[in-house]
Write a protein that binds this ligand. Sequence first.
Ligand code: PLP
Length: 504
Amino acid sequence: MNRFPYDHAPAHFSEPPLSWGEGPAAVHPKALRDELIAAAEWVCQYLGQLPEAPVSRPMPGRRRARLHDAPLDRTGGELRQILDFVREEIAPFPTGNGHPAFFAWINSPPAPAGLIAELLASAINATCGMGENALMDLERGTVRILADLAGLPASTGGVLTSGGSMANLLALATARTWFLTRRGSGDGPAYDRDHARLTLYYNTQAHMSVAKAAACIGIPTHRLRPIPSDTQHRLDPAALRAAVTADQAAGLLPFCTVTTLGTTATGAVDPLEPVTALCRSTGMWHHADGAWGGLGAMVPALAHLYQGVADVDSMTVDPHKTLSVPVGCGALLVTDPEHLHTAFAHRASYLTPGEPATLPWLSHSTIELTRPGTRALTLWATLHHLGRDGVTTLLQHYLSLADRLRDKITASRRLELVAGGPWPVTCFRLTDTAGPDALHTRIAHRVQTAGRAYLATVTVHDQTVLRACLCNYRTRESDLDLLLREVLQAADSDCAEPTRCTTE
Ligand SMILES: Cc1ncc(COP(=O)(O)O)c(C=O)c1O
């Protein structure tokens, strides 16, 4: 038997490895080193040439099929094939969010510091759920830093998650346990009785992950209350109060209101103080979904909108959006972390913390047991590289790009600004046509397929409009000009087709 697959190593390497294991997973140390160096060189080259490459390109069906349908060979391959495979089969077909002219969704490019950290954390391969390891402490530390940046109190704890959707799910599960436990209906018939009356409130503009999370914890659609927003797309506190009062009168149990800090469609920030006041007076939990705009308190120009942020019960923050930490790194921050433990700490004989008692394991604050250390290290590395001032400057960069894009749209005779802000999202449409919904969908599609820029559509005031999100530290003013040129060119091409433009 070939104990070490040395055939994968360069021929001049004949010395045995020191301690690299045995069997098919083992590799020659030199082969690993060579491949890591080659991968690092490729990463630098890839990121360097991104602005010149198409933002995205359609993937031929047979290429897709190769990825879906390829069987696993009986015998293993060589390490060097991994880089070849990525270079040829994966990298040419990205979503596009690494490219400076990608504006479609709130998807950032990877921060270089996070890239390095991802590799290093994978080598350490810590499982950040049980036991003790340095990355778990680093996770506790980065959660504390995030809470501080968000303006939450020093008592705040929490966990890193795969993203904002998971953080919202954990938040609603925590709110539900908190609410029922306080009422003495944490279990038994009282649980069934009360659970069947739990009612959830959120801005109609809230991200769909809120309704999804509600479904996951067993709150049916008929007990979800999307509250109308005002003309600026912010949750209307008077409408919220009216809905809660009506539901209480009907014998329902309002248990949580979710506000959004930076709505997905238009970047609005819900008012925090009146919602917290209502939550306090009616016994509800206040969760703020700040996946996109949770760190807004750091920007002096936005700080007034974050008045009262320290009083929310929990907040979602998505470092993979706001800070360019490589995907997926979200966070749930809870001002009294004991509530997280009540919701998620479970005991098992095969998982017993050692003596003397250590800090609560992170698996006691979330649904996951085996959890990657990559989140903590990529977040720490990105924050460490930016520093506190760098975080503010990064956010200001997005905001100033959005301002400039809005100015350009306003200055154009053919474009109209529809909505956007204060978070850096800009919604706009064509003015020189009848402007039907399908036209804007086609324009977005034409821009996407041309491959020089990428944006998507969104529905605002019942109209389909174009939406550009600014969350890319590599985006420059010239990319904004390119985007608008592409939009106008796409509109011209569309109108050049005889049946298009005016007839819908
Ligand atoms: C406000 C808001 N909340 C939650 C999410 C979901 O976050 P994720 O995609 O990280 O799951 C998004 C995604 O865009 C969002 O904009």
